[in-house]
Design a protein around this ligand. Structure first.
Ligand code: B12
Ligand code: SF4
Length: 470
């Protein structure tokens, strides 16, 4: 069969000329596809265009919440041509009953363990079921490699290869889908396969997609020791607990770690106490960033604003933390109730979700009423925060301690900070997101995208749907 795998993306999100990190998902599913099939991948975010008339038998679409409506509209277009559409990914897993309205089948959860091959086999035999789900989370030890040869995304200055070593997160934060999706126990890929895969990447730079590459210290140390001889430079994500192990930080640095994205989440006292992965005071967090830097690692501090633990002073404390720690980079997320998380259920029950237009659920827009202050305050303060952090004054003052790490880290620091600065300068300030007056917030997506039905005047529906996609 001829198979097309698509990662959809709304037009406003496309960045075909920017530095890109190809998605792991599509090339991984391509790698699980039995060799008798022909596979292509299409990443809309990097400007790939979909050939609706490419003669495909099966189309697989991966969806996250913000991209699902675009995915549904694409599915309609293929189903009109009688092509089988299978959905998968985090949003399809959290809302399979929604996704099935637009596809022939939904893969719930991970596709390893032979599940994707089973779907294809069932299609071939004309026995496709609506839902596919493994009974237990798959063992990743012997999973196949990615089909890196299919990736078309051209990276810019720094050409980066995505790579994954673990899945699952024990911290189970209430705003995050990861522990519910991948489980609370971390599962590892085999060290032999990870290193072989890293070695096979022609790129000098690696991006580890793991949610917490340093959670299992024994595994992480072994990984870093094995990685060092490959002479790669890498970035990844880790919880701040990494600073409790000096040897681990040193090994990370020696293995080529240039920067870590660290989810500090909240800088309020109650927030720091609420999340198990957090250190408990601003002083501790400030000194943690300094210790990472001392060990040669830049910090991308990721904070979430609008969580229920936030009090009005959250923006001041966050700014104090960034100013004192001189963290190299800053990622500000706006609390977003993703389906499948405890905060989604809670906020929905309390009528605090202002829109059910999934396109707006990208963690940069305000779609909620926070508990302790207004939505408008959340919007303006988080915007001001980004402007301040990415002002020339802040970039230069934070450069001083970070530049001691050498020329390459300085170039990396400057290019990313300047990139963020121009992105925020260009960004149109959108207001708080509400549904249109006549639209209830009832989480019925079919009011935005109408599912394809065989005998309807379909081409008209499609025009409206695609035109509405931003
Ligand atoms: C790395 C990462 C990023 C990188 C992506 C880099 C890249 N090009 O890959 C960056 C930093 C750019 C990023 C950005 C964002 N991210 Co992100 N990201 C991740 C992370 C940590 C890993 C993603 C990954 O590759 N996982 C590994 C792959 C293999 O898993 P997978 O995609 O789920 O695929 C498996 C199954 O789902 C299934 N499957 C998936 N699709 C399909 C399709 C078919 C047909 C089939 C059969 C099976 C199938 O098979 C796969 C193998 O088992 C995840 C968390 C996580 N652990 O997954 C968050 C995550 C996906 N991100 C999230 C979010 C919110 C975002 C942002 C909106 C945040 C922001 N404002 O910056 C943006 C959106 C960008 C965009 N439009 O894509 C959320 C999504 C929640 C949701 N419900 O949508 C997640 C889950 C994190 C979270 N805290 O909840 N992200
Ligand atoms: S530590 Fe990170 S990945 Fe784990 S549950 Fe919390 S936010 Fe999600």
């Amino acid at each position: 069969m001829k198979i097309l795998l698509i990662a959809p993306c709304t037009a406003s999100e496309q960045r075909p000329n920017a530095m890109g990190i190809p998605q792991l998902t599509l090339s991984l599913i391509a790698g699980m596809t039995p060799p008798e099939h022909e596979v292509e991948i299409c990443e809309e975010v990097y400007g790939d265009t979909i050939n609706f008339n490419g003669g495909y038998d099966v189309v697989g679409i991966t969806i996250m919440t913000q991209t699902c409506m675009r995915g549904y509209a694409i599915a309609n277009e293929f189903r009109k041509r009688n092509i089988t559409v299978v959905f998968g990914g985090i949003h399809a897993t959290c809302l399979p009953q929604e996704a099935i309205k637009f596809g022939n089948a939904v893969v719930i959860g991970e596709a390893e363990g032979g599940l994707w091959a089973k779907v294809l086999n069932d299609i071939k035999k004309n026995k496709l079921q609506q839902f596919y789900k493994l009974d237990v989370l798959p063992d990743l030890q012997n999973e196949s490699f990615q089909r890196r040869d299919l990736i078309k995304c051209k990276s810019g200055l720094f050409s980066v290869a995505p790579i994954e070593t673990t899945r699952g997160c024990p911290y189970n934060c209430d705003f995050c889908t990861v522990s519910r999706f991948f489980g609370t126990k971390q599962r590892h890929k085999s060290m032999k396969n990870i290193i072989a895969e890293a070695e096979s990447c022609s790129q000098k730079y690696l991006f580890f997609l793991d949610d917490n590459i340093a959670f299992d210290k024994k595994f992480a140390k072994e990984l870093f020791l094995n990685l060092a001889p490959l002479n790669k430079t890498w970035v990844g994500q880790a919880s701040i607990n990494i600073v409790k192990d000096e040897e681990l930080m040193k090994l990370a640095h020696k293995s080529g770690c240039a920067a870590l994205l660290v989810g500090f989440e909240s800088m309020t006292k109650s927030g720091m106490n609420h999340y198990h992965k957090s250190l408990k005071t601003i002083d501790e967090n400030v000194s943690a960033v300094k210790r990472l830097r001392h060990n040669g690692i830049l910090t991308m501090a990721s904070l979430v604003f609008g969580l229920d633990n936030d009090t009005e002073d959250v923006f001041d404390t966050a700014y104090e933390f960034l100013h004192r720690s001189k963290a190299a980079f800053f990622q500000s997320c706006i609390a977003t109730p993703y389906p499948g998380t405890p905060i989604f259920e809670q906020m929905r029950n309390e009528n605090r979700i202002l829109t059910d237009d999934w396109r707006k659920f990208d963690a940069t827009k305000v779609v909620i009423t926070p508990k302790n202050y207004s939505s408008e305050k959340l919007l303006t303060c988080s915007n001001d925060m980004q402007k301040q952090v990415y002002s020339n004054a802040s970039i230069f003052s934070r450069a001083i301690p970070n530049m001691r790490l050498g020329l390459i880290p300085l170039l990396f620091y400057m290019s990313l900070n300047k990139g963020y600065q121009s992105r925020f300068r260009e960004k149109k300030l959108l207001g708080v997101q509400h549904n249109k007056a006549n639209m209830p917030v009832d989480f019925n997506v079919t009011k935005y995208v109408k599912p394809y039905r065989k005998n309807e005047a379909y081409s008209q529906i499609r025009q409206e749907e695609l035109a509405e996609m931003p």
